[in-house]
Ligand binder design. Structure first.
Ligand code: CA
Ligand code: CA
Ligand code: CA
Ligand code: CA
Length: 321
């Protein structure tokens, strides 16, 4: 009879005296431990004898761990990806460790204490926003294998990130400047957005859906006629940054048409001739009370750069055009 870990099996003995005992699968405890094999035999005369031998059992890879906190927060941003990503953990000393990250597979180095470490190059890690599968496979000196399955978040971009046009025509006129300018767009939820126009920076508010909005007061916007640049910078929760640039024209200056001879009808003015009137010009009436209002009329091109402007209704004498 043969006994291991308190489990006893009878041996078969052949005609030459060779004996064999089988411990079927599952009959001995799994794990890694040292134990003793005790053999007792009884001959046909009833004499007994016993023998012992030591036995090392190893059915497991233990320990096997994968460290968390990869690139600080288990999220790999573009900066962190660009210089490669290192995964570490511990394993039973003497084991080999192979690690798969996404579709890349690398063999880890394992030190005498069982600390393993594996480097993945940037080229092993496609850019984008996704969870990469991580499979750690360890094989110990006894040939046992064990596996850890996990995922690692890859986020190397601010996506989506858009900016709407500045005003409906990418042009800011006098009235629009006076009302202040609100720039809008969409961004990856959880991002910070700031907008800089001609050196003035405003932080945008970003709602839970990623709609951003940045407001510039009239005084934030330089008056005049020029091309302005809005730099919109977004930083997502993973630490990626991206910048959009929007250019738009600013024209807050108004050149009044030169008024030549005025057509008078007694106590009122019904029109005027101008040598530089343009169809986009606006004609204002300044009343004696100080109010300003637009005056509409009919333009007639007289040729040679001259225009006749007939008011729709006569402007009383005393108004200023
Ligand atoms: Ca083992
Ligand atoms: Ca990170
Ligand atoms: Ca890195
Ligand atoms: Ca992102």
């Amino acid at each position: 009879a043969v006994t291991v870990e308190g489990v006893t099996r009878s041996a078969t003995v052949d005609s030459d005296g060779n004996w064999a005992a089988t411990f079927e699968a599952g009959s001995l405890p799994a794990g890694e431990y040292d134990t003793t094999v005790s053999v007792t035999s009884t001959d046909t005369a009833g004499n007994t004898a016993s023998a012992t031998a030591s036995l090392h059992v190893d059915t497991v890879v233990d320990p096997i761990t994968l460290d968390s906190g990869v690139e600080g927060d288990d999220i790999v941003n573009e900066t962190e990806r660009s210089d490669g990503v290192t995964l570490t953990g511990t394993v039973e000393p003497g084991s080999t460790v192979v690690v798969q990250l996404g579709s890349a597979t690398e063999t880890a180095t394992v030190d005498a204490s069982g600390n393993w470490s594996v480097d993945f190059a940037a080229s092993d890690i496609p850019q984008g926003s996704y969870d990469a599968d991580v499979v750690v496979t360890a094989t110990d000196a006894a040939g046992n294998t064990a596996e850890i399955n996990d995922t690692l978040a890859i986020d190397t971009e601010v996506s989506p990130f858009t900016a709407d046009s500045v005003t409906d025509d990418d042009a800011l006129n006098l009235a629009e400047r006076a009302a202040g300018l609100t720039m809008t767009g969409t961004v990856e939820p959880g991002s910070d957005v700031k907008v800089t126009i001609q050196g003035v920076t405003r932080t945008a508010s970003v709602d839970a859906d990623g709609n951003w909005s940045a407001t510039f007061a009239a005084d934030d916007l330089l008056a005049g006629t020029y091309t302005a640049t809005a730099e919109i910078e977004a930083t997502d929760a993973a630490g990626n940054t991206d910048t959009l640039t929007e250019t738009f024209s600013v024209d807050t200056e108004y050149d009044a048409p030169n008024i030549g001879s005025v057509i008078s009808t007694g106590t009122s003015v019904s029109g005027f001739f101008s040598d530089d009137y343009e169809s986009s010009d606006t004609v204002h009436e300044l009343t004696s009370g100080g109010a300003v209002s637009d005056v509409t009329g009919t333009e007639t091109d007289l040729g040679g750069g001259n225009t006749l402007f007939n008011f729709d209704s006569d402007v009383p004498d005393g108004s200023h055009l």
